[in-house]
Design a protein around this ligand. Structure first.
Ligand SMILES: Cc1cc2nc3c(=O)[nH]c(=O)nc-3n(C[C@H](O)[C@H](O)[C@H](O)COP(=O)(O)OP(=O)(O)OC[C@H]3O[C@@H](n4cnc5c(N)ncnc54)[C@H](O)[C@@H]3O)c2cc1C
Length: 421
């Protein structure tokens, strides 16, 4: 295909925006406008002296995911499989846990039989009433909140079934960090003369068929023939960009998809004090305000990552990073039978990632509701071959809420624009 004279603006330099730009920049004149001072979006590795110190956003490749692993191979980036065991703290004892949820297979069978889609809450009320199944319900709620960041009263049974039955046991981490992958993509885009402009927040879009005019917070204006919006769903739901003429059906569709909140804390200690309990820990679950923790196993670095997701995290979003650090340390002290003072003395450095407090993200990642499939179809269709949407939340495959999901939608929107779909 010969290079077209058409110009395309992409809002957002996360995984979806960057891969769409790479697919299109040999064929069209592409400009990416990105609010932050860097590319990658919810992929955000922190480096110290050029060495990966923390992943404040995406960390795992959840399974043998073709687009992500293909990109890593293309970029020559190595990755390692996560190893180790999961433990749960019960009455101050660390107990190895082999199944996240007991009677898992029976639960999946019931979910498969469920004829119409409904929320997980309605499904549990029908099949697992609280009086008879209090523990199972607590476990499912904890898992849905922690893994999917989802509200049990909103998340779809069919969505969870689709995700849970396609789960790959293997998880990987990228040696040089996820940002090495988005840096590779950004480099590829620039080689094809794609213009990536950071520190530029889009506030308004005026459009008509075949024409868009984009305004930024700094007062600049950009025009193009087409626009791809890849901002996080939470920002779209909150109308952080105004559209003229307005697109109420599409904003309603965005609000029909679930959006979860997350706080992630990464703590670097002098010694691996948790190894007093076991040297096998990969994940640790408990009942503390920050309930989920993990090591970097098999890497033997003295880092623990805390994770507080879904509705229970909402109450903590307005806390300062100092308060969230206190909360992390006190949670960990309880789980590890240590004093807060000991852990403070052990602490070398910390990174607190409160994505939900950042207006450009307003949360962590999406989850499916019974209304999501219709909403995604509308948003994925685009508007008058002029406005398009992409990003993790518009993915309807088996690895939702992931980098793979974002990459997949970026490739799909580029194919649509090239007229292949
Ligand atoms: C804490 C956390 C942990 C995660 N862990 C994993 C994991 O282990 N594995 C995994 O696969 N996935 C994980 N994810 C999900 C994964 O990070 C995302 O699905 C993926 O990175 C989303 O890419 P995206 O391009 O759709 O959106 P984003 O990466 O969010 O990109 C959108 C971009 O739009 C920009 N933007 C927003 N508003 C504006 C505006 N008005 N003007 C200009 N630019 C704007 C943002 O700054 C951002 O850069 C995690 C996410 C979080 C938050």
């Amino acid at each position: 295909m010969a290079k077209s004279s058409e110009e395309i603006i992409i809002i957002g330099a996360g995984a979806a925006g960057l891969i769409a730009a790479r697919e299109l920049s040999g064929l069209y004149k592409i400009t990416i406008l990105e609010a932050r001072n860097t590319t990658g979006g919810r992929i955000n590795t922190i480096y110290r002296d050029g060495i990966k110190e923390a992943e404040t956003g995406a960390e795992f490749v959840h399974g043998e995911l073709p687009i992500t692993l293909g990109l890593l191979q293309e970029a020559g980036l190595r990755y390692q499989q996560v190893s180790g065991q999961m433990f749960r703290v019960n009455n101050r004892q660390w107990v190895a846990q082999h199944e996240m949820i007991p009677n898992w297979d029976e639960l999946l069978e019931q979910m498969e039989k469920s004829p119409a889609d409904m929320t997980m809450q309605d499904f549990l009320d029908q099949h697992y009433p609280y009086e008879q199944h209090p523990d199972l319900r607590k476990n499912i709620q904890g898992f849905v909140q922690g893994f999917d960041l989802a509200d049990i009263a909103k998340v779809s049974v069919k969505y969870l079934y689709n995700e849970w039955t396609n789960e790959d046991e293997k998880n990987f981490r990228i040696d040089k960090g996820y940002t090495a992958m988005t840096d590779f993509l950004a480099g590829e885009c620039r080689k094809q003369q794609c213009n990536i402009i950071t520190n530029t927040t889009v506030t308004a879009v005026e459009w008509s068929a075949g024409k868009v005019q984009v305004q930024t917070a700094g007062g600049a204006s950009f025009s193009a023939d087409k626009l791809i919006v890849t901002i996080p769903l939470g920002a779209l739901q909150k109308n952080t960009i105004s559209f003229s003429p307005a697109i109420p059906d599409y904003i309603k569709a965005a609000n029909d998809i679930g959006w979860g909140t997350i706080i992630k804390t990464i703590l670097h200690f002098k010694t691996p004090f948790w190894e007093k309990h076991t040297k096998q820990m990969a994940f640790l679950l408990g009942e503390t305000p920050i309930p989920t923790w993990w090591t970097q196993s098999p890497s033997r670095v003295n880092i623990l990552t805390g994770w507080l997701g879904g509705p229970p995290s909402v109450a903590y979003i307005t806390l300062s990073n100092e308060q969230l650090l206190e909360l992390s340390i006190s949670s960990l002290a309880t789980l590890c039978n240590e004093t807060v003072e000991t852990l403070k003395e052990q602490l070398v450095s910390s990174h607190i990632a409160n994505w939900s407090a950042d207006p450009h993200f307003a949360g962590g990642y999406s989850y499916g509701t019974p209304a999501s499939v219709t909403a995604q179809a509308l948003l994925n269709a685009g508007i008058e071959n002029t406005l398009y949407f992409a990003g993790e939340a518009l993915y309807d495959g088996t690895s939702p809420g992931t980098v793979e999901a974002a990459l997949s939608t970026g490739i799909a929107v580029a194919a649509k624009i090239r007229g292949r779909q």
